[in-house]
Design a protein around this ligand. Structure first.
Ligand SMILES: [Zn+2]
Length: 1132
C-alpha cells in the first residue's frame, strides 16, 4: 500500500463491479511538456542569508492582499437593467423575466441590531497556566466546556428521529441541556428570526413524482418524516438585516438559554447505554431468507507487502550549551529505505501474510483471549517505546524517514487483521481501564478516521443478509467471538446473536459450516452492497450544480476559463451513470440560470434580478440529464467565459445565489460547487470586511475567527437536511471572511478550497494548482446521502466530533456528500470502567449512495487492548494522532475562547503529560526533561503547532489564511495534517539512487528528513521543504554548480529566475531524479502542492524560514528554549 498512494482507487483491481468514478490519480505530477521556466516579476527583497529568525512584520510582504474598501465605497454600479450583454451573449436569449432589481445598497453596510451568533460557550477568562488543560481535572471538573465547540450533546433521552430537519440547537457546536428533551425545531438558537410565513409568490413547483417524504434521507422506517419543505420559508427573511455583529465589536452577551455546558466526561453513560435508533443504517439481520451470495471482490489482503520497520534512530547529543547550540550531523540512514511522512501512518503493523486468519471456532474474542493476553502485560512495557529520553540532551530525534503508527499490543493473530491505521487510528493504542487512569496520563483519548480513503484493495460483499448485532447493531467483524457455529458474541455490547443460515456458507472456500472464515470476519475493512432495507427512497442520482461568480472581479481573475475548460475536459469522467444531472448558475448582482432542456438549439440564459425573493424561472429545465443534454452543456461551457468578458458589475449576491441553488437541488440532493472571488456584498448573507491589516501582527488576540452571520450555517443545515453538500472554492486576493463563508461547507459536509491571490497572469503557480485540484475534484469518488456512525465497546463514549458534517444524533454524522479526501476525528471518554475487558473495539460504518446509484456500507473495525497501568498507556501513545487531535481541539478552543487560550492549552498538554510521566512512571528521578521514546517528538510537534499559521502570533498572518489553516487542521486526514504542522526538509542537491524506491520503473530517491533549522542548511546545497500544500526549493548562494546546470538549467546562482515554480525537464540524471522525487511526493496526496524555487532574495523566503520550527523568531521560542520552558514547568 505504501507505494500505491492515490494511484489506485477502491476496488480498482480484479475487474469487480466497483461503482465509482475513474481510477487514475488525477493529480499526478504531469509537467506540461515544453513549459520550461515561467517567470514573472517580483519585487526585490534582500534577506539575510542565514538569518536565524524570519523577518518581522516589517519585512512581511502583504502582496496584493489589500483591505477591502467599505462596501459603499465601490464604484457606482450601473443598474442591472442597463446591463449590456457583451458580444457573444447573443448566443443566449434573455427572456423578460424579472424586472431590474431595486438598487439596494449592501445590507451589511448599515449597522445591524441583530445578535451575532454567540460562541457555543461563554468564554472563561484565560486561566492560569496550570489550570488551562485539555483534560478533566479533579479540582476543576467543568473545565471541559471550553472544548464544547463541536460537541455532541450528552444523552437526551431518546435520540432525535433521524428525519428531523437539522435546524436549531442540534448544530455542531450547540449543546442542548443534558437532561432536557430535544428542543423543538423552532429553537431559541435561531429565535432571532421572527416566526411567520414569508410570502414566496415566486415559488415554483418542485420536480413532480418525487415523494416528499423521500427527501429527508434515511428516515427511520415507521417514522413519518416531516413534510418536505425545502424552501424553509421561515428561514429566509428577504430584506431583513443580517446577523452582523454590532459595529462596536462588543462581545456576544452570552449564549442563548438552550446552550448549557456539557457535563464533564464522568457524567452518565451515553451512546452505548442507549440503544441507537433502530434501522438508522439498516436492519438487523436475523435468520434472513437464504439467498445466494455474490462476491464482487474478496481479498483478504488489506495491506501491501511488508514494510520495513522504522529506520534506525540517530543519536545526537546536545552539547552542554545554551541556545544557539550546535548539531552533530546525523549519520546517513541505515537499513531500509524510509517512507515519506505522508505514508508514515505505517503499514508496518499490517504486514499481513497471505495466509488466512486461523480463527478457531470460538476464536479470539473477549471471552477467549485470556491465554494469549496473559503474556501481554509482559510485552506491553515495550522497551523502546518507554526508553527514557532526555530531550535536553538528545538532539537528533527525527528519524530519517516517516514515523510509523505504533503497533497496538495485541496478540499477533488479532493484530494481523486489525484496521489499517491510515484509515482508523487511536491516540492511545492501549486504552486505559478507567477514566481516572486516563486523567492521570493527561493525554487526549480520541479516534482519527479517513473513512472513505481511496484503497487499493477493498473486499466488497453482496449479500441479502448483512449480519449485525441485534442489540447494538454492530456489523459482524473480525473481533467478535463465535461461541459455536451457530452463535456469535458481539464485541461491542457482548450480546450473543444467532448466526444466520446464509452466513454458514463461505463463498470464498465454497464450504459450509465455517462462519468464522467468511470475509466479514476476516477483514477489518469491508464494503457491503446494501439490500433494499437500507433504502427509504430510490438511491439518488449523481447531481452536480455549479454556482459561478461572474462579477467583474471574478472575470478579472480569469478563473472561469479554467473551470469551464476543466469541466469540458472531464465531462465524461464525472462519477455517475445514465441518470447523472448537471446544472449551472452564475451570479453577480443578479442570478442567472441556464435552461439546458433537451431540444433547445442553444442554452438559454434566464436572469432573475429580484434577489430578495429568489425563485426558479423554469425549475424543470435547469438541472438536466448530462447524457441527454451533453451538447448543450458543452456549448454553455465554451461560451460562458466570454459571456461576461466586459462586465462592469462589481457586486456579489452570493447569498441569494446559494438560496437559488439550494432550491434547485432540494428535490434530489447532490453536490453544489461554489466559486467565489470576493466578499459577498449584496442581498442576504452580505458581509463586510472585518480585518484590519495594520492590526495583524500587533493584535493581542485574534478577533473574528467566528462567523459574522449565521446565514451560511443555517443554509448549510437546510442543505444537509436535503442531502445537499456545498463545496466552496475561494479565489481571491482580498479578505473574503472565510470564517463566515466556510460555514456553508462545514455544516453541509463539503470542502473548502482556497487560492489566495489567484490571478491568471500574476499567479501562474496558483493557476496550475487550481487546475490540478479541479481535475481531482471533478473525477474523484463521491458518495451521496451518506451517514456515518461510530460505535465503540460498552463503557467507552464518544463526545466530540471534528470535521465537516452535521451531528444528527449522538453518534450519527450526516454527510450529504462524502469524498475520499475527508478526515474526521472524535474525542472519547471512559464512562464505565473497563475492568473485565482485555480488548475493546471501535467500528465506523459509512452508509452512502455510490455515483452509480448503489447503496453501500463501508465498515471499519479496530481492536485495541485495555491496560491498567500508566506506563502501559504511555507506551502505547501515538504521538502523531495525539498531535492531530490536539490541533483540532485547539481550533475549537480558538473560536470558542481565544487564540491565546488555545495556545496555552497546547503548551500545557505537553507539560502535563511529561509531568505525569515523570511523577507516575519514572521510578528513578534524573535531571533533565524526560520523555518516553514514543513521545519524544511531542514537544517539537507542540512547538510546531504554536508556530503554525493557524495558531501563530507576532507575525503578520492574514485572517483568511489563518482560518483556512484551521479548516484544514480539522478536515484533512492525519498524514497531511502532520505535514502542515511539521514540514519535511530534504537536501536534494546530492540525490543518489542509493536506497531509492523503484515504482513503475521510476527510480525515486529517498533523501533523509532533516531537522527544521537553518543550521541544517548550507550555502553549498539545495533543500526541498515539503509543507503539504506547498513546497519550497531553497537554493544556497554557493549551490553546487552541477545542480544549477543539470537540474535548474542555469549557469550560476544569480541566473536562478525569481518566482520559478516548475522544474525544467532536462535530459540529465540529476533532473530526472529531482523531478521523480518531487513528483512522488505530490503523487501521495490528493491535492496539488505548488513548488516555489527560492533563493535568499526571494519574496517567499520568509515563508520558508517561518517553517524552521526549531529556530527562534522575534515572537516565538526556539526548540531548545521551549524545552527549557517545559522543563521548568514540569519540575514545579
Ligand atoms: Zn452488540
Amino acid at each position: 500500500m505504501s507505494t500505491t498512494g492515490f494511484n489506485s482507487q477502491n476496488g480498482a483491481g480484479g475487474g469487480q463491479t466497483y461503482a465509482n468514478g475513474p481510477s487514475q490519480n488525477p493529480v499526478a505530477l504531469q509537467q506540461p511538456p515544453g513549459v520550461g521556466y515561467m517567470v514573472h516579476p517580483a519585487p526585490y527583497n534582500p534577506m539575510q542569508a542565514k538569518a536565524p529568525m524570519p523577518p518581522g512584520p516589517g519585512l512581511y510582504h502583504p502582496g496584493p492582499y489589500q483591505p477591502v474598501p467599505p462596501a459603499n465605497s465601490y464604484q457606482p454600479v450601473p443598474p442591472v437593467s442597463s446591463y449590456q450583454a457583451p458580444p457573444g451573449q447573443n448566443l443566449l436569449t434573455r427572456p423578460p423575466m424579472g424586472g431590474p432589481p431595486p438598487h439596494t445598497p449592501p445590507q451589511s453596510a448599515s449597522p445591524s441590531p441583530g445578535p451575532r451568533m454567540p460562541p457555543a460557550q461563554a468564554t472563561p477568562p484565560p486561566p492560569a497556566v496550570s489550570s488551562n488543560s485539555y483534560y478533566p481535572n479533579p479540582q476543576q471538573q467543568p473545565a471541559a466546556p471550553a472544548w464544547q465547540y463541536g460537541t455532541v450533546p450528552p444523552p437526551m433521552g431518546a435520540p432525535a428521529p433521524m428525519s428531523a430537519p437539522p435546524r436549531g440547537p442540534m448544530a455542531n457546536h450547540v449543546n442542548p441541556a443534558p437532561s432536557s428533551p430535544a428542543p423543538p425545531q423552532s429553537s431559541a438558537a435561531f429565535s432571532s428570526v421572527p416566526p411567520g410565513p414569508v410570502s414566496h409568490n415566486a415559488t415554483q413547483p418542485l420536480v413532480p413524482g418525487m415523494p416528499p417524504t423521500s427527501l429527508h434521507g434515511y428516515t427511520q422506517p415507521g417514522t413519518a418524516p416531516p413534510p418536505m419543505n425545502p424552501m424553509a420559508p421561515n428561514t429566509y427573511q428577504p430584506g431583513r438585516a443580517p446577523y452582523g455583529p454590532p459595529p462596536t465589536g462588543l462581545p456576544p452577551t452570552g449564549p442563548p438559554p438552550t446552550m448549557k455546558p456539557t457535563p464533564p466526561p464522568t457524567g452518565p453513560p451515553m451512546g452505548n447505554a442507549t440503544p441507537p435508533p433502530p434501522k438508522a443504517d439498516g436492519p438487523v439481520a436475523g435468520n434472513g431468507p437464504q439467498a445466494p451470495n455474490s462476491y464482487n471482490h474478496v481479498d483478504n489482503k488489506m495491506a501491501g507487502p511488508p514494510q520495513p520497520g522504522p529506520p534506525g534512530r540517530h543519536l545526537g547529543h546536545y552539547p552542554s550549551l545554551p541556545p544557539g547550540y550546535q548539531n552533530t550531523s546525523a549519520p546517513p540512514s541505515a537499513g531500509a529505505p524510509p517512507m515519506h511522512p505522508a505514508m508514515q501512518t505505517a503499514t508496518q503493523p499490517y504486514t499481513q501474510a497471505p495466509q488466512p486468519y486461523q480463527q478457531p471456532p470460538g476464536g479470539p474474542g473477549p471471552a477467549q483471549l485470556s491465554p494469549s493476553l496473559a503474556a501481554l502485560s509482559l510485552q506491553s512495557s515495550t522497551p523502546e517505546a518507554l526508553r527514557v529520553v532526555n530531550l535536553l540532551q538528545e538532539r537528533n530525534l527525527l528519524p530519517a524517514g516517516p514515523i510509523p503508527a505504533p503497533t497496538p499490543c495485541l496478540p499477533q493473530d488479532l493484530q494481523k487483521i486489525n484496521c489499517n491505521p491510515e484509515v482508523f487510528r487511536c491516540t492511545l493504542t492501549s486504552i486505559p481501564q478507567t477514566q481516572s487512569l486516563l486523567n492521570k496520563a493527561k493525554l487526549p483519548l480520541g479516534l482519527l478516521l479517513h473513512p472513505f480513503k481511496d484503497l487499493s484493495q477493498l473486499p466488497v460483499v453482496t449479500s441479502s443478509t448483512i449480519v449485525r448485532c441485534r442489540s447494538c447493531r454492530t456489523y459482524i467483524n473480525p473481533f467478535v467471538s463465535f461461541l459455536d457455529q451457530r452463535r456469535w458474541k458481539c464485541n461491542l455490547c457482548y450480546r450473543v446473536n444467532d448466526v444466520p443460515e446464509e452466513f454458514m456458507y463461505n463463498p470464498v472456500s465454497r464450504s459450509y459450516g465455517e462462519p468464522h472464515k467468511r470475509p466479514e470476519v476476516q477483514n477489518a475493512t469491508i464494503e457491503f452492497i446494501a439490500p433494499s432495507e437500507y433504502m427509504l427512497r430510490p438511491p439518488q442520482p449523481a447531481v452536480y450544480l455549479f454556482v459561478l461568480d461572474v462579477s467583474h472581479n471574478a472575470v478579472e481573475t480569469g478563473y472561469l476559463n479554467v473551470v469551464c475548460q476543466s469541466l469540458l475536459d472531464n465531462i465524461n469522467a464525472l462519477p455517475g451513470d445514465s441518470r447523472t444531472k448537471v446544472g449551472f448558475i452564475t451570479f453577480d448582482s443578479t442570478i442567472h440560470f441556464y435552461n439546458l432542456q433537451e431540444g433547445l438549439s442553444q442554452p438559454q440564459m434566464l436572469i432573475v434580478s429580484d434577489i430578495e425573493d429568489i425563485f426558479l424561472p423554469t425549475p424543470d429545465s435547469l438541472l438536466v440529464n448530462l447524457n441527454e443534454c451533453k451538447e448543450l452543456v458543452q456549448d454553455l461551457l465554451k461560451s460562458l467565459p466570454h459571456l461576461f468578458e466586459k462586465t462592469m458589475e462589481t457586486q456579489s449576491a452570493l447569498g441569494p445565489a446559494l438560496q437559488a441553488a439550494f432550491k434547485l437541488l432540494s428535490p434530489t440532493g447532490g453536490r453544489m460547487s461554489v466559486f467565489q472571488t470576493q466578499l459577498p456584498n449584496l442581498g442576504v448573507g452580505a458581509l463586510k470586511s472585518r480585518e484590519d491589516p495594520n492590526q495583524r501582527a500587533s493584535a493581542k488576540d485574534i478577533q473574528h475567527l467566528s462567523p459574522a452571520t449565521d446565514f451560511y450555517k443555517k443554509l448549510a443545515l437546510d442543505c444537509s437536511g436535503q442531502q445537499v453538500a456545498v463545496d466552496l472554492f475561494l479565489l481571491s486576493a482580498q479578505y473574503c471572511d472565510l470564517a463566515s463563508l466556510g460555514c456553508i461547507s462545514r455544516y453541509s459536509a463539503g470542502s473548502v478550497y482556497y487560492y489566495p491571490s489567484y490571478h491568471q497572469q500574476h499567479s501562474p503557480s496558483q493557476v496550475e494548482r487550481f487546475q490540478k485540484d479541479l481535475k481531482r475534484y471533478l473525477t474523484r469518488k463521491i458518495g451521496f446521502e451518506a451517514v456515518m456512525r461510530i460505535r465503540c465497546t460498552k463503557g467507552l463514549s464518544i463526545h466530540t466530533f471534528h470535521g465537516n458534517f452535521f451531528v444528527r444524533s449522538t453518534d450519527l454524522l450526516s454527510l450529504p456528500n462524502v469524498n475520499p479526501d475527508a478526515g474526521f476525528a472524535v474525542q472519547m471518554s471512559i464512562e464505565e470502567n473497563l475492568l473485565d475487558m482485555q480488548v475493546v473495539s471501535f467500528q465506523a460504518a459509512l452508509l452512502y449512495t455510490s455515483s452509480k446509484g448503489e447503496r453501500r456500507i463501508r465498515v471499519h473495525t479496530m481492536c485495541l487492548p485495555v491496560v491498567n497501568s500508566l506506563s502501559d498507556i504511555f507506551a502505547g501513545a501515538d504521538v502523531q494522532a495525539v498531535t492531530g487531535l490536539l490541533a483540532s481541539m485547539a481550533v475549537d478552543r480558538s473560536v470558542s475562547a481565544s487564540l491565546s487560550d488555545a495556545r496555552d492549552a497546547m503548551t500545557n498538554a505537553a507539560i502535563d503529560s511529561l509531568a505525569s510521566y515523570r511523577q507516575a512512571v519514572l521510578t528513578i528521578q534524573q535531571p533533565g526533561l524526560l520523555a518516553p521514546a514514543c513521545l519524544r517528538l511531542f514537544p517539537l510537534y507542540i512547538l510546531a503547532l504554536l508556530k503554525q499559521i493557524a495558531f501563530r502570533t507576532g507575525t503578520s498572518t492574514r485572517l483568511d489564511d489563518r482560518v483556512f489553516a484551521m479548516c484544514q487542521l480539522k478536515y484533512q486526514p492525519l498524514a497531511y495534517v502532520m505535514l502542515m504542522i511539521h514540514p519535511a526538509l530534504y537536501r536534494v542537491d546530492d540525490l543518489t539512487d542509493e536506497g531509492a524506491l523503484n515504482i513503475s520503473e521510476r527510480t525515486i530517491p529517498q533523501p533523509r528528513i532533516q531537522q527544521l533549522s537553518v543550521e541544517k542548511l548550507c550555502r553549498e546545497g539545495a533543500f526541498l521543504m515539503d509543507a503539504g500544500m506547498v513546497m519550497y526549493l531553497w537554493i544556497g548562494r554557493n549551490c553546487n554548480p552541477n545542480f544549477l546546470t543539470q537540474v535548474l538549467g542555469v549557469p550560476n546562482y544569480t541566473a536562478v529566475p525569481q518566482n520559478l515554480y516548475v522544474l525544467p525537464e532536462l535530459d540529465t540524471a540529476e533532473s530526472q531524479r529531482t523531478r521523480a522525487f518531487v513528483g512522488w511526493l505530490r503523487d501521495q496526496r490528493p491535492f496539488y502542492p505548488t513548488l516555489h524555487v527560492i533563493r535568499d532574495e526571494s519574496q517567499l523566503k520568509s515563508n520558508f524560514v517561518q517553517n524552521m520550527i526549531e529556530d527562534r523568531t522575534e515572537s516565538a521560542l526556539s526548540y531548545y528554549e521551549f524545552l527549557l520552558h517545559l522543563q521548568q514547568q514540569v519540575s514545579k
